[in-house]
Design a protein around this ligand. Sequence first.
Ligand code: SAH
Ligand code: SF4
Ligand code: F3S
Length: 469
Amino acid sequence: MNLPDYIEAKKRNKNYSTISYNIDSEFKNKYKGKTYFIKTYGCQMNEHDTENIKAILEEMGYSEVLDYEKADLVMLNTCSIRENAHNKAFGMLGRLKHLKEDKPNLIIGLCGCMAQEVGVVDILLKKYKFVNFVMGTHNIYRLPFILDKAIEFDEQQIEVFSKEGDLIENIPVKRENNFKAWVNIIYGCDKFCTYCIVPYTRGGERSRKKESILDEVKQLYESGYKEITLLGQNVNAYGKDLYDDYGLGELLEDVAKIGIPRITFMTSHPWDFTDKMIDVIAKYSNIMPYIHLPLQSGSSKILKLMGRRYTKESYLELFDKMKKKIPNVSISTDIIVGFPGETEDDFKQTLEVANYCKYDNAFTFIYSPRENTPAAKLKDDVSLDEKEKRLYQLNDVVNKYFLENNKKLIGKKVSVLVEGVSEKKENNFFGYTFNNKLINFTGEAKVGDIVLVEVTDAKTWSLDGKISE
Ligand code: SAH
Ligand code: SF4
Ligand code: F3S
């Protein structure tokens, strides 16, 4: 048994090697005929991990089913970011407990960020004995061993490493579709924002070698992929642990030259967003003019308490620079309300920044204290009523601008990557514009193609359109 440990999780170790994954032959197709179901919570990093987990399970012989009640193995790839992410996973575990009463041979596994939490693993050990195995975020490559042991032995298998260990390349991947792909460029986070659990659940920043990333992108390009998202909890830190003069700006440029029609990245911290990055985004016509730039708070006092390393003023300076240099750029954000110590005046400053920036999209959250984070030790002094009031007030402000910005597009022709068929109607599709706006449209199209669509109407969260003649 390997249990999580926050002291280890906080350490940063820059000595790691890159190791190539290869499934042990004894596990290959060992479970042929068995089925799995996996449910994913949380961010794109988790979605992409799920793509790896699926591929490993399929190497072991498992095949996917979409109804968890029909599966021999159910895995939950969990998220710790806010309490409601926990609640969802525990809710699902409750349903699985009932299912297991009827199906005693069902194997249940929990992985993802919650597996890295001391408190969660403690609860699983004491109260959720029916969970057969727990696997952390740093050892996905060990899944065949852990699962095999869980099947063989009655005892709960817990394998969580709090030290991130080596960087593993060549883990197989079962991608969600054949036109849009995620590509990890950096793992972990060293920013330690005071409210955030990610640096403890995902370990230290570790960049993949540029050659590995560029090879993966080339392969995706040659297989006909249309859009890639370069992934990391803080992509701006890319390369700092490996190179003296090669960062995200240089990587974006090299990726753009490969020729994939649409390139984007996620998530970038406002701190450390270099001029080089802005220039490269502006220069290359295949880098999407879309940036997610989390604000978190508009008050410099709160930003300092959050450990965000920028002020309201420096954020706005960066924002203005992006708007000026990147034609038609869309900017989205994340904002937390009700952080400890947030006064009415601090919140007013957040509203001011939201009114100034007129974001194209915003994800707004009520502050949720997380185990072992520095902010959890501060007095959570804003009442829940007040937090909810601020959230509604903020949502009213940001929503107004989504609609206002969308309306400006009516009558324009926009390039759209067709992602699927909407409703059951014939010739009704949905996709995303080049600056990442959801659009529903009619006409002749094929999923996975990039088409020109005329915008006919605008709503708060989406556009309507028709294929342009
Ligand atoms: N790495 C990204 C954030 C990933 S988490 C970044 O730094 O920009 C996604 C969002 O969840 C954060 O931007 C933040 O707004 C929100 N979040 C993180 N921890 C939270 C907490 N304890 N309570 C409420 N929201 C939180
Ligand atoms: Fe969390 Fe901050 Fe790292 Fe983002 S940059 S993952 S908010 S610690
Ligand atoms: Fe959640 Fe972990 Fe992502 S906490 S947001 S799944 S990195």
